[in-house]
Structure formats: structure tokens, C-alpha cells
Design a protein around this ligand. Structure first.
Ligand SMILES: Nc1ncnc2c1ncn2[C@@H]1O[C@H](COP(=O)(O)OP(=O)(O)OP(=O)(O)O)[C@@H](O)[C@H]1O
Ligand SMILES: [Mg+2]
Length: 237
């Protein structure tokens, strides 16, 4: 028998990623030669000053934007080389997003919002409803399934957004200041919920936060400055 010494496949691997924007002939490098490797199931906090490149990094990992140079591998797939159509499908099936504002669809109930990624990819029927209901239970909102977003508090809307992000059982959950609009106690509760759900589903999670205290509760961390990753804990650079 030959021992299998192949390294564990990273959930996310960036190699030499640069992202430049040109605005009125001014070139801004939002990311400069970023390389990092995040193992499957890690929970990584990203911190750094405003303008450091945190959201750009998340957008690039989330296939919402493409690098100017370098490669992005997610679960062994080089997403920088996929066509736009394949990228959209990949994003819907493999990635979950939570942003600072929940971006729920106002005319749909909490339950319907949670099911939305499934509707987009053609997953329908009572199985989908049951799954959405289970996820709403998991975020403590089973009793709010038929409320529309305007009938929910900010923290509740954010919990619906988390349930929606998990509906497709994504390999990677990307959260950009998900608790930025919430009070301290609600922030802590939402962060606990994210960490707990990610651990239960073996989801890799990357969470951008300005809150140092929140960041320090995460097992892995990276600090960004001027488009570069300054340091990493639990993340190979
Ligand atoms: N679409 C764009 N066009 C031009 N420049 C951009 C664009 N997006 C971001 N930038 C620039 O890239 C840099 C990094 O922006 P980014 O949004 O990634 O920062 P951030 O770390 O998320 O900041 P914040 O904490 O304020 O959200 C900034 O200097 C920003 O002005
Ligand atoms: Mg940002």
C-alpha cells in the first residue's frame, strides 16, 4: 500500500491575486499580489482599515468580481476561468452570502426569502419548504416564517438572510460586516449563530468585521492593509 500523502484540498486558495480598478485614468490597486490558503471548515475573520481591500477580497472569492491577475480556486475549481454562465450556477450552488444589510425581497415572507436560492436553481416543492422551515427554526425564527421583512427587526432580518445563505448548503459562506448594523448583544448572538451553523455543516466561513472583539472570537484571522494581507492566524499565506 502506498500511503496517501496528498495534502488536504484547501477550500479556498488564492495565488498572486491582484485587483486593479481604473477610474478616470487613475489606477487603484484594491488587492496587491494576495496569496492565501484556507482549509475546509475554517472560520476566518478579516479585519483592516476602511479601504484596505476586505470587500474586494470577499467579492473576488465570491466570484462577484474577477481578479486582474492571479488565480482563485474554490474546492479545487479555478473559478477565475469559468464562463459567466457557469460562474452564476457555481455561485448559487456553492457559495452563500450575508451582507451588512439583509437585502431580503420585501414582497416575500421570511420562508419564501429563505427558499429563494432554491427557486433560482429549480429546487421547489414541499421538500424545499420543509428545509426552509427547518433553517428558520435553526436561526430561532420558526414563529416568524410568514412575516414579511418590514414586519421583522433588523437582527431578525439578518437571521433570515443567514438562513437564506445556508439554503443550498454552500461550501463557503461569505459575510461582509453582517453585524455592522446591529447592537452589541445582537451582534454577538448572530456571530455565535454563524459559527455554530458553519461548524455543524462543515462550511468554510469568511467574515469581514470592523469589530476587534468579534474578530478575536474567531479561530482564524487575517489582517489587511493597502490591498495586502499583513498577517494570518490559522491561514497559510
Ligand atoms: N468598483 C471600484 N472602482 C474603483 N475603486 C474601487 C472599487 N471598489 C473598491 N475600490 C477601491 O479599492 C479599495 C479597497 O476597497 P474595499 O471596498 O475592498 O475596502 P474595504 O476594506 O472593504 O473598506 P470598508 O471597511 O470601508 O468597507 C478602496 O481604495 C476603494 O476605493
Ligand atoms: Mg468593505
Amino acid at each position: 500500500m502506498v500511503a496517501d500523502d496528498t495534502p488536504k484540498r484547501a477550500a479556498i486558495e488564492l495565488r498572486g491575486v491582484t485587483k486593479a480598478f481604473v477610474v478616470e485614468s487613475q489606477r487603484v490597486e484594491a488587492l496587491h499580489d494576495v496569496s492565501l490558503r484556507i482549509e475546509r471548515g475554517s472560520c476566518v475573520a478579516v479585519t483592516g482599515r476602511s479601504g484596505a481591500g476586505k470587500s474586494t477580497l470577499l467579492h473576488i472569492i465570491g466570484t462577484l468580481d474577477r481578479p486582474s491577475q492571479g488565480s482563485v480556486m474554490i474546492g479545487g475549481v479555478d473559478v477565475s476561468r469559468l464562463s459567466d454562465q457557469v460562474t452564476s450556477k457555481f455561485r448559487n450552488e456553492k457559495l452563500g452570502f450575508v451582507f451588512q444589510s439583509s437585502n431580503l425581497l420585501p414582497e416575500f415572507t421570511a420562508l419564501e426569502n429563505v427558499m429563494m436560492p432554491g427557486v433560482i436553481s429549480g429546487v421547489r416543492g414541499s421538500g424545499a419548504r420543509k428545509r426552509a422551515a427547518r433553517l428558520l427554526d435553526a436561526v430561532g425564527l420558526g414563529a416568524r416564517a410568514n412575516h414579511r421583512p418590514a414586519e421583522l427587526s433588523g437582527g431578525e432580518q439578518q437571521r433570515v438572510a443567514i438562513a437564506r445563505a445556508l439554503f443550498m448548503e454552500p461550501e463557503v459562506l461569505l459575510a461582509d460586516e453582517p453585524t455592522g448594523n446591529l447592537d452589541k448583544n445582537t451582534s454577538l448572538a448572530i456571530q455565535d449563530l454563524l459559527i455554530d451553523l458553519a461548524a455543524r455543516h462543515n462550511t468554510t466561513m469568511i467574515l469581514v468585521t470592523h469589530d476587534q472583539q468579534l474578530a478575536e472570537r474567531m479561530p482564524s484571522r487575517i489582517v489587511m492593509e493597502d490591498g495586502r494581507v499583513l498577517s494570518g492566524t490559522g491561514v497559510a499565506l
